[in-house]
Each structure stands twice: as C-alpha cells, then as structure tokens.
Design a protein around this ligand. Structure first.
Ligand SMILES: *Cc1c(COP(=O)(O)O)cnc(C)c1O
Length: 418
C-alpha cells in the first residue's frame, strides 16, 4: 500500500491557497533519503551524489539537496545556468551531455564543471572549443550488447540494451580517448556508464560497479592514466507499483563496497572516489501531483475527469507508465470501482490510469498521483494551451511554500510575435 504524505484535510487547506492541480514535494522525505544515500557510501571518502537536474529542475529542490551535500549533474546550457544561480560551483557540477553544442562546453568549463565526454570525437572538439583540455576529465563508457541481471522463471530482473543506446564510447575508443586526453594535458580521469534505467534491484549498482572497476584497472594499465573517480550514474529506480519492493540503498552501498575491495583495492586503486547521478531515486517518491475530480462520464467505460492532464505529468501518456492513485479521505475504502482517470487534452493518450480499481469517486474528490517528484513537472509541456502547474514544498515544519508559480496565459503568449 502506498501512503500519501498529505492528508485530505491538509490537501484541502493547501488547495484554498493554491488551486489544483499542483505538484508538491516533501522536504522531510527528500532530506532523509539523501542522508540514507550518503550513509550507504560513507565508506568511500570522496563519495558525492550529483543530482540529475533534468529530473526536477526546480531551484528550491536543488538548494535543499545542496544543503545535504549533493552536487548537480547537468546536461544542457540552461541546467548549467540554473545550477550556477543556485550556488553550485566547480567540483559540485558534473556535465554529462551528448551531441553537445560548443557553447555548452564553454560554459561548463567556465564554471569549473567536470566534463564527461560522450564520444571519442568530442576529445578534439573540446580541445578546439576551449583551446585546452581540462586537467580533470571523464568519458562515458558503453559496453554495447544487452545488460541483464537476475534470471528467474518470470524473466530477467533487469534487462536493458546498451548496444541500442546512442550514448558513450566503445571499449577500444575508451583506451584511445584516454591516451589522447593524456597527450593533450589531462591529469585526472574518470569513467561513467549508465546501463539500465529505473532498476528495481539491489544488484544493479554492484554489477555496474564491477564492470566499471574492471575497466578502470585495465585502462590504467593500458594507458598509465591516473583514474581518480568512477561515476555510477543514474538508474537506481523506485517502485511505482505498490506491490513492488523498494531498493535498499544500504544494501546497494555494501554491494558496491564489496566490488571495490575485490577489484580496485588489490590493483592499488583504493583511492578512487565514487559518484552517483541519481534523479528518480532522489525525488520521485517525494512528489505528488494533486488534482481534483471535476467530471464523471458514463459511456462505454467509466471516466473520471480531473483538472490535471498530461501536460502536468507526461509519463503515462508517452510510456504507458503506471502511477499509483490515492483518493484522499478514502484511503481505507475498498477499491471496488473500475475507472479510467483522464485529463482534458484532445489526445486519447491523456489518461493517468486505465481500468484502475479505486474507491467510488465523487465530483470534488482530491486525488494524489504518486511518485511524480522526478520526471513529472520537469517533462511538462503546453500542448492544447494547457499550462504547467505550480510547484509547492511541504516543509519539515508542516508549512507550505510556493517554489514555482503556475504558468499564466501571459507566459504562454510571451514568446509570440503577434
Ligand atoms: C537521466 C540521467 C541520470 C538520472 O537518471 P535516473 O534514472 O533519474 O536516476 C543520470 N545521469 C545521466 C547522464 C542522465 O542522463
């Protein structure tokens, strides 16, 4: 069972000040989770989480994570600008982008960010763009093929296709890139890889770590480059469905430690610092999209019409993603009605739930759509002239703060040349 971090009374109270729909984040949940991650990797002295800004590009959230010791992982010019304005600098910024325009490399270098190259050709592109190669540099590795974990009768626990992904360098290219970067003056090297997305398995990070650690040992032997950091990137997931088990970050940290002690330490590389670039794991469970039921429609199916739509949360419409729904005030009622919960877009994919068993719903009910803290508001858009909602922060003291106002028609018209 998934329990919202808001009660019906709280949500009604908030809705008086900030009309629905809105995204709301739970400060306490975010902080406690960030501390669990930090504790899980405390055995590694240089460890740092670089929050993947794209998941929740909201300054109040970035500042809160900064207070918890996190850096940021940026992948675009505007994300770099936002991170700069939030006070992140130098070693607190990772820049992992692909098909990168020259001006983005320039700003990343100016801010002192650690640049993570996505291709062999970017080595010389970066040299031409900046006129030099930064002393500290990283390359993104793509081992190709398929990546699987934990085969059982039901199939693989984790399955993804790095060989089909546009990101990263091949294994021989990694060697070539490191040699070339060293020639051009790089002194500290890092390796990054992202092999699977939203994994529900305590084994993903340890398995990825083994691949990266082994590769690091080989690369150091082949090229003589001094590898000082390894980036496990994102991919640790969250249970969107109530029956899924959650990842245990303490177990994950221990699994990575074991790989570190078995592979890096014996190779004399026990000083390598680790980093992560988690997005979903850091924020998804600590965000709710709160929306009100405004219509009910009985045709070939039973429809519940809400005041949020796919422009507030795109994942169900584009990936068929499951997001759990709680009807506030009916948490303990039996789920004996089958509904499609739909928004107002003129797109038949604008459905937050299809054939979902829920308690009997009435017009005026408030719904919590769960796990929208990452890739939720961030993926918002304005199709149909439906504007993006406000973002609110539920503070540890129970008060609520507006951290991004809702868009207005003037915002929508602001770019128009009439
Ligand atoms: C999206 C992304 C992440 C974060 O991924 P999550 O699955 O949200 O943890 C990390 N690093 C890079 C380079 C990304 O593109």
């Amino acid at each position: 069972m998934k329990t919202p971090f808001l009660t019906k009374a709280q949500a009604e109270d908030i809705a008086q000040r900030f009309p629905t729909p809105f995204h709301i984040y739970d400060e306490r949940g975010i902080r406690e989770n960030a501390r669990r991650l930090k504790a899980a990797f405390a055995w590694n002295p240089g460890f740092r989480e670089y929050f993947a800004v794209k998941a929740t590009p909201t300054p109040a959230i970035l500042k809160l994570l900064k207070e918890e010791g996190c850096g940021v992982d940026c992948s675009s010019l505007v994300e770099l600008m936002m991170s700069d304005r939030c006070g992140f600098s130098g070693g607190e910024i990772m820049f992992s982008s692909n098909e990168t325009p020259a001006e983005e490399f320039r700003l990343a270098a100016e801010l002192g960010a650690t640049i993570n190259l996505d291709d062999l050709t970017h080595v010389d592109f970066l040299k031409e763009t900046l006129g030099y190669i930064p002393k500290k540099i990283s390359c993104r590795y793509n081992p190709g093929g398929t990546f699987t974990l934990g085969e059982s009768k039901e199939g693989f626990q984790v399955m993804d296709n790095p060989g089909e992904a546009k990101y990263g360098l091949t294994r021989p290219q990694m060697t070539e890139a490191f040699r070339r970067l060293k020639e051009l003056g790089a002194e500290e090297f890092g390796i990054h890889a992202f092999l699977a997305s939203n994994t529900i398995s305590n084994d993903y990070y340890p398995a990825l770590a083994r691949i990266l650690f082994q590769t690091a040992v080989e690369l150091q032997q082949e090229t003589g480059c001094h590898i000082t950091f390894i980036n496990l990137s994102g991919g640790v997931g969250v249970p969107y469905r109530p029956e899924q088990p959650a990842n245990d970050i303490a177990v994950i940290g221990e699994g990575v430690r074991k790989a570190y002690e078995e592979i890096l330490v014996p190779a004399g590389m026990g000083d390598v610092s680790l980093c992560t670039e988690l997005g979903r794991f850091m924020l998804a469970p600590y965000g709710h999209l709160v929306t009100r039921v405004i219509h009910q429609k009985h045709t070939y199916k039973e429809y519940v019409g809400v005041d949020a739509c796919a422009s507030n949360l795109m994942r169900p419409a584009i990936y068929g993603a499951y997001h759990h729904i709680t009807v506030l005030g009916k948490e303990n009622a039996s789920c004996d009605h089958k509904y499609d919960v739909v928004g107002a877009l003129c797109e038949n994919s604008d459905k937050f739930a299809i054939d979902r068993m829920l308690p009997e719903i009435e017009i005026g009910d408030l719904l919590v759509i769960h796990d929208t803290g990452a890739h939720g508001h961030a993926m918002g858009y304005q199709y149909n002239g439906r504007l993006r909602s406000a973002e609110l922060l539920l503070k540890e003291d129970g008060s609520v703060e507006l951290i991004r106002r809702a868009e207005t028609p003037d915002d929508y018209f602001a770019t128009v040349v009439w």
